[in-house]
Design a protein around this ligand. Structure first.
Ligand SMILES: Nc1ncnc2c1ncn2[C@@H]1O[C@H](COP(=O)(O)OP(=O)(O)OP(=O)(O)O)[C@@H](O)[C@H]1O
Length: 312
């Protein structure tokens, strides 16, 4: 089995000779840029023994994340799956700088996270748009906040709207778009800022199945070609959908029932470029799905049983 039981040792997705835990050579043949970290550079993201304890309104302590070790290499696409409520979103908020760990360390590019960073982009389930602004203005807003002159910001926004297939919708308002189009706006809004790290929290979960598959393909295309002069963005993608996770990622991280810690890490060696609908039919896909589900299903069952106990 290609899993790493227990927590993931930092920097340890492959052996020194480039082989993974199973001794096979990773097939990371992405088109575009980003074939991993140059030797000697820090991982894009690292959590070391990170824990997060929240105070509930009643004053009780609630541990959302416990002793979590996770490493994301530069240019790596990591999908995180786990049972509902286990602490996946909290893990992202630690990386984003929106929350501080109660214990442990969170590093981005080798530096401790001390707040929100301009090189980190987010895409969430809900759209983060200004409803009173046009699509173009929404996409240009990020560069404008970063001090890019208006004309240049609008030009970059137009470029990205073209890349996500929305050039003809620049003057529309968000409520005049479909759910899939709004997601494309969200991708343009994020990629226009040239993020080195992309944090995605169930970004496509509100979409129908077909649109979801299309958006996944578009995300892979954008990711592969987004940073022609630099390594591809490193992605942490939280999802409930194991098929989506495998189709997109270089590795799938399975979280335990809450409080979240890393249960196992599964490398995904499916070659790139990938099309999510066809990759699902590959025998290797089916095999890795079976392996990961054996690990994840156990945590889902534990979570369900806990829920049943507290309900009755
Ligand atoms: N600000 C907060 N204060 C108190 N408890 C919180 C806070 N944020 C999250 N939690 C709790 O921490 C736990 C983990 O929440 P989190 O949203 O990280 O889970 P998740 O795995 O992303 O869930 P889902 O899959 O359902 O989206 C939950 O029990 C949640 O209720």
């Amino acid at each position: 089995m290609d899993s790493t039981s227990g927590t993931t040792p930092p920097h340890d997705d492959s052996k020194p000779d480039g082989r993974d835990h199973a001794g096979r050579t990773p097939a990371r043949t992405r088109t575009g840029t980003g074939s991993g970290a140059p030797p000697g550079t820090a991982p894009a993201v690292e959590l070391r023994g990170a824990s997060k304890v929240f105070r509930t309104p009643s004053g009780a302590a609630h541990t959302a994340v416990r002793d979590l070790d996770l490493t994301v290499a530069q240019g790596e696409f990591v999908a995180v799956v786990g049972p509902t409520g286990c602490g996946k979103s909290t893990t992202l908020t630690l990386v984003s700088g929106l929350e501080e760990p109660t214990e442990g360390e969170v590093l981005v590019g080798g530096e401790p996270v001390t707040g929100i960073r301009p090189d980190v982009g987010f895409v969430f389930q809900q759209d983060a748009v200004f409803p009173w602004r046009t699509v173009l203005s929404n996409v240009a807003a990020g560069p404008r906040f970063r001090g890019v002159p208006k004309d240049r910001a609008r030009q970059r926004a137009r470029d990205w709207l073209g890349r996500v297939g929305l050039a003809a919708f620049a003057d529309r308002y968000p409520h005049q778009l479909s759910g899939g189009q709004r997601k494309r706006v969200a991708l343009a809004q994020t990629f226009v800022n040239d993020p080195a790290i992309l944090l995605m929290d169930e970004p496509f979960s509100a979409l129908d199945v077909q649109t979801r598959a299309l958006m996944s393909d578009e995300l892979l295309d954008l990711w592969g070609g987004s940073r022609p002069d630099a390594a591809a963005a490193s992605v942490v993608f939280v999802t409930h959908d194991l098929e989506e996770a495998i189709a997109l990622a270089d590795k799938v991280v399975v979280m335990t029932a809450g409080p979240a810690t890393v249960k196992a890490v599964f490398p995904v060696r499916l070659p790139r470029p990938r099309k999510v609908e066809s990759v699902r039919l590959e025998p290797e896909f089916v095999e890795i799905h079976r392996e990961i589900w054996a690990s994840l299903g156990e945590e889902v069952r534990i979570t369900r049983e806990r829920g049943a106990r507290s309900d009755h």
